[in-house]
Design a protein around this ligand. Structure first.
Ligand code: UDX
Length: 437
């Protein structure tokens, strides 16, 4: 099928590359011409495992192309994806300016009949607005431009796999023709047995909020339990194991630590909360999830202060700066929230990350960046594990200990084994588990 994707960020570019891989002819377009130049050369503008090779492959086989000319991009499309950014406004609501612009572009230049798919993370109700925009721009044949909601459930760092082997594909639409188009588009996945869910548009939009908020709720629940475990001497990892063994609860997203970050959970939760209040429903649970998440960073800062007393003239090293391993994304990263908090207390903060060094520096210029974990540890008074990159498993702990002023390790992801930390001679502060001296 002929597919156009407007917006080549994390969601858009993965959509381009994976739909080309499924055999469609995909054109990606973006308002940033430098990004388009980069993509034409087969380079990905951000780190996402497996993405760059899929983009190059798509270009080489002719299934994938990029253009800055959005009019040309949408002209022949049977399906147009809107994958533009929806950054948070000061109020917490998502800004939908780019979505409206993309819908207007699609409407102005598309050749109906065609389907306009909303895939950006948007608040429920956006599809109605997109539909109105299509009909405003094309008063005569706007009804042949149908709106579909096809929320993404991609995890950064696993986005290619999540797209090619998804748990489910959710499509919200109003007409049999729109559903048929989307079934045709995703037939290679449906044929492989992927769960296919069709709903009305409002349900699809709300389901996306419901999933993200529930995952964030699980994490915050685990973090609240961690605070209780720290006060009672219990072990939150063992508690989560017990909970996870119950099939009704499930073992995933019960990892206590520094909490969630990234561009989805924090802003989606805020947008969901704003949406609920606009609909006249008080949903304080959503605010509480975010409050407990902020508390997780504060709890880590408290441990560091407990270990080091005054932070002035102390040097603290952070390992892992991206909001989670497998990505160079530092947006809403708990590591940087912690770095700012520690800097406020007067500490000198140095960080190391396998992929997100430049991104972290751009976000927080006062953060010192070390070229490797050992340089970061050199002369530091405390080491904090902020995101659990697999390569940290092979750290030479004896060397790290020798380089530090004091061997204090705060584990913001319960990544290390407490017994190994004891054997290595660290004062070890895990999250929600007993301290090891
Ligand atoms: C998320 C959703 O998983 C995805 O379905 C949606 O489409 C976009 O948002 P992503 O933001 O890439 O994906 O990250 P995810 O892997 O879900 O992790 C989110 C955050 O939660 C990370 O900061 C991670 O470190 C944290 N997390 C995750 C925990 O703190 N504990 C856990 O047990 C799991």
């Amino acid at each position: 099928m002929r597919v156009t994707v407007i917006g080549t960020g994390h969601v858009g570019l993965v959509t381009c590359a994976t739909l080309a891989e499924l055999g469609h002819r995909v054109v990606g377009t973006d308002s940033n011409p430098e990004r388009i130049d980069l993509l034409r050369r087969g380079a990905a503008p951000f780190f996402e495992p497996g993405l760059e090779s899929l983009v190059s492959k798509g270009i080489d086989t002719g299934g994938l192309s990029f253009t800055s000319d959005s009019a040309e991009a949408v002209r022949d499309a049977e399906v147009i994806f809107i994958c533009v950014g929806t950054p948070p406004r000061a109020s917490g609501e998502a800004s939908l300016v780019a979505v409206e612009k993309a819908a207007a572009q699609a409407a102005a230049h598309a050749t109906p009949p065609c389907v306009v798919v909303e895939k950006s993370t948007v608040p429920a109700g956006t599809a109605v607005r997109v539909g109105r925009t299509l009909r405003r721009v094309r008063p005569d044949d706007g009804h042949d431009l149908e709106v579909v909601s096809n929320p993404e459930f991609l995890r950064e760092g696993k986005a290619v796999r999540d797209s090619l082997e998804p748990d489910r594909v959710l499509v919200g639409a109003e007409s049999p023709r729109a559903f048929a188009t989307m079934r045709r588009l995703y037939s290679p996945l449906i044929d492989k047995g992927c769960t296919w869910i069709e709903t009305d548009i409002a349900t699809a939009e709300l389901a996306k909020h419901a999933c993200n908020a529930f995952l964030a709720l699980k994490i915050s629940y685990a973090n609240a339990l961690a605070r209780l475990c720290e006060r009672s001497g219990a072990d939150v990892v063992a508690v989560a194991n017990v909970m996870g063994a119950d099939a009704r609860i499930g073992p995933h997203f019960l990892g206590a630590g520094l909490g969630y970050g990234g561009y989805c959970f924090p802003k989606d939760l805020q947008a969901f909360e704003r949406l609920a209040s606009r609909l006249g429903y008080d949903f304080p649970l959503l605010k509480e999830i975010a409050r407990i998440n902020d508390e997780a960073v504060e709890a880590a800062a408290d441990k560091i202060i407990d270990a080091l007393w005054n932070l002035e003239d102390k040097r603290i090293a952070l390992l892992g700066l991206s909001f989670k391993p497998g990505t160079d994304d530092v947006r809403f990263a708990p590591s940087l929230a912690l770095a700012r908090r520690l800097a406020e207390e007067g500490a000198a903060v140095v960080g190391y990350d396998p992929h997100a060094q430049a991104e972290a520096k751009a976000e927080m210029p006062e953060l010192e960046i070390a070229p490797d974990p050992y340089e970061a540890a050199t002369g530091s008074d405390c080491l904090v594990l902020c995101s659990e990159w697999e390569q940290f498993r092979s750290l030479d702990l004896a060397r790290i200990k020798g380089l530090m002023n004091y061997p204090v390790l705060v584990d913001g992801r319960n990544f290390f084994d407490p017994q190994e930390m004891r054997a290595a001679g660290f004062t070890y502060y895990p999250t929600g588990r007993p301290r090891v001296d």
